[in-house]
Write a protein that binds this ligand. Sequence first.
Ligand code: NI
Length: 194
Amino acid sequence: MAILPIYNCFHPVLRQKTEEVTNIDGEIKKLVDDMFQTMYGTGNGVGLAANQVGISRSIFIVDLSASGDENEKNPLILINPKIEYYSDEVVEDLEGCLSIPQLYEKIPRSKSILVSFYDLKEKEHKLEAEDFLARVIQHEFDHLQGILFFDRLNIIKKALIKSKLKKIEAGEILADYPMILPDGTLIEPELEKK
Ligand code: NI
């Protein structure tokens, strides 16, 4: 397993729609392993999409306990996910993103959803999710479509974060984990900052 660098949200790979997985082979299994190690390694990620590690495939992982105890881990792997149902009821809550360091904004999301997906054994699942789990799944599903959470802000809020986004794009706001900047440069945090 390997910790992979996270791609900055202004890297083009985060704006491409990902490709469906047609064959769950050793390469996909290794990617999923690496994604978990990467997400757990950041210390505070609860979800990670494959394109956030530069691989444009329709896969994301979720673990709401990611920052918690080893024994409480609850990993979820969603391959070729489809959201089949969105509740009309919408709730707003703070979101962050490993590809968008130090930006947290209140985003409206459906309170509950129904998502179908495949696991690593090519078994199909349908999962009803609500509240925080539904939010994380909608956020990660957006990544696979090339959508970022700040796209869902209204025009006034977008204007308010414009200068911060410019700093993130320029690599002036960094994460405490390795990141690939929009031009492909790898930035590794200094150990003392961790
Ligand atoms: Ni994200």
